[in-house]
Design a protein around this ligand. Structure first.
Ligand code: NAD
Length: 502
């Protein structure tokens, strides 16, 4: 089933999607139970026979047709993203544009990255030819979040499809309409393909859990660390491999030689855009003492004029998920209780469903506002005495998703010392807009990589093939017909091959 089946809601069998700014109902979707999930996976399995047998060039054509359809329908799509997620229309368009970049990269690079490769057989096996072929896994189950409901799941969907898999996608319960729009656009752009190449199942966490228990060949999850851990434990039952893109607590280091105006501009945006609901958004800043006053004043100056709302002038929208509002309020209160000072805003900035920017300085490193993911338009700024202290504090986190460094001379050196999956130097979040760069974290931020070459390989299994081209009399190493003279020869050869290094 494609989960677009919308019909009047019954409490346990339907999911109602609402506009987070107004509470207006946007759509009602049938919740997929275990049987519906199994049926969707079976349909995707059947379609995998066709889709997986296509050439890379054929799949590229289908994926690019999908992109064109999304461009054609972009106005309608962005309005839906604005209504269901709350982000401004321009931000919705930017998100779509980035997702299209990734679809194009995956479609155009799959052949080069995943096509068959010849491998040297080595001296001892020189009568063989060796090749490495990357095979699709089959059916990939994708479970997505709501904060970037187009860009984020496409890091898995587009790459899994380009690698020859079919996809069953469970969008977040807060972005169900958006997820279904994506799948419908794919089907509409490719009517000749069997239904089931890319389909959705709708529902809450239980539907996602049913997908994890189903006969999918991999689960690609993006969401919170707590859910990621639950999914990994459940996937262990069938040894289903998992890709986990989880939370973050990203730090920015502002060194003494930073361009302070540029750093403040990027930090202000990186901390509050999308209401701060960005996995790789700026949550912590470590600024050198010599430039602290100027930096804090500049961040404050910029954010004083930044206002949330749902009108055309709004810089960012409402909090998409109501339960997150209490977490943000709790983190602000905890920061203030633990010695921090609010130089802009405070608990009164929480005006549900909107939260105005909050800038907290000198907060205790053990408080929730520094140690846990806040996922709101708030930021903590701590003064440090030099780069070593900044690196130590930035790395002192259970998360390790991404980071940024502002330094005119030493950006790259500082970046190399950070325990994360990605770093922007003299920018924030830049890596996420470069499709060839893999994205993913360490520690509680997850396992595996989306995007780039590793992001394509995530959805394949390497198949090694060794072909004997001719036999060498007496040299049959993998046979009882191996002779004594062969072993004598090998005893002479091995020291030459492996025993010459002092
Ligand atoms: P969430 O973990 O609450 O939900 C994510 C998805 O998992 C939803 O579709 C949900 O229905 C499903 N789910 C919930 N319980 C499940 C279970 N037991 N089994 C299977 N599926 C289940 O996360 P969220 O609130 O939607 O998203 C916000 C989080 O996502 C933040 O922590 C953010 O940092 C993270 N995120 C990470 C990245 C990344 O690439 N690393 C990108 C975007 C968001």
């Amino acid at each position: 089933m494609t989960s677009t089946d919308t019909k009047p809601a019954d409490h346990d069998t339907a999911l109602t999607s609402v506009n987070p700014a107004t509470g207006e109902v946007i759509g009602t979707h049938v919740i997929a139970d275990d049987a519906a999930v199994a049926a969707a996976v079976a349909k995707a399995r059947a379609a995998a026979a066709t889709w997986g047998a296509l050439s890379f060039d054929e799949r590229r054509t289908h994926l690019l047709r999908w992109s064109s359809k999304l461009v054609q329908d972009s106005e309608k799509f962005c309005e839906l993203i604005h209504a269901e997620n709350g982000k401004p229309l321009d931000d919705a368009f930017l998100e779509l544009m980035l997702a299209l970049e990734h679809i194009a990269w995956a479609a155009k690079n799959a052949k080069k990255v995943l096509g068959p490769k010849k491998v040297s057989p080595g001296a001892l096996m020189s009568n063989f030819s060796a090749r490495l072929e990357q095979r699709p896994l089959g059916v990939v189950g994708v479970i997505g979040p709501w904060n970037y409901p187009v860009y984020t799941p496409n890091g898995s969907i587009a790459y899994a499809l380009a690698a020859g898999n079919t996809v069953v996608f469970k969008p977040s319960e807060y972005s169900t309409g958006i997820g279904n729009f994506l799948a419908h656009a794919f089907a509409a752009a490719n009517p000749e393909l069997p239904e089931g190449v890319f389909i959705t199942i709708n529902g809450y966490g239980e539907t996602g859990a049913a997908l994890v228990r189903s006969e999918v060949d991999k689960i690609a999850f993006t969401g919170s660390t707590a859910t990621g851990k639950r999914i990994m434990a459940a996937a262990a039952e069938r040894l289903t491999p998992v890709l986990l893109e989880c939370g973050g607590k990203d730090a920015v280091i502002v060194a003494a030689d930073a361009d302070i105006k540029a750093a403040a501009d990027a930090v202000a945006w990186g901390a509050t855009a999308n209401s701060g609901q960005t996995c790789a958004g700026v949550e912590r800043v470590y600024v050198d003492r010599s430039v602290r006053e100027e930096f804090v004043a500049e961040v404050k100056r910029i954010l004083t004029d930044i206002k949330p709302g749902s009108d055309e002038k709004a810089a960012y929208g409402p909090m998409t998920m109501p339960s997150q509002i209490d977490i943000v309020r709790r983190h602000i209160e905890d920061a203030l209780k633990n010695g921090g000072t609010a130089v802009l805003g405070g608990p009164e900035s929480v005006k549900a469903p909107f939260i105005e920017p909050v800038v907290l300085v000198d907060v205790d490193e053990n408080s929730e506002a520094v140690a846990e993911e806040t996922f709101g338009p708030t930021i903590t700024i701590r003064t440090v005495d030099g780069v070593d202290e900044a690196v130590e504090l930035a790395n002192n986190s259970k998360y390790g998703l991404s980071s940024a460094v502002y330094s005119k001379k030493n950006g790259l050196d500082i970046a190399r010392r950070l325990r994360v999956g990605a770093t922007s130097v003299n920018s924030v979040l830049a890596f996420a807009a470069i499709p060839g760069l893999p994205f993913g974290g360490v520690g509680d931020s997850g396992i595996g990589r989306i995007h780039g070459e590793p992001g394509l390989r995530e959805f394949t299994r390497p198949h090694s093939i060794a072909v004997q081209r001719f036999t060498v009399p007496g040299m049959a190493l993998l046979s009882y017909s191996r002779t004594d003279s062969t072993m004598k020869l090998l005893r002479k050869l091995v020291p030459f091959l492996h025993g010459r290094h002092k």
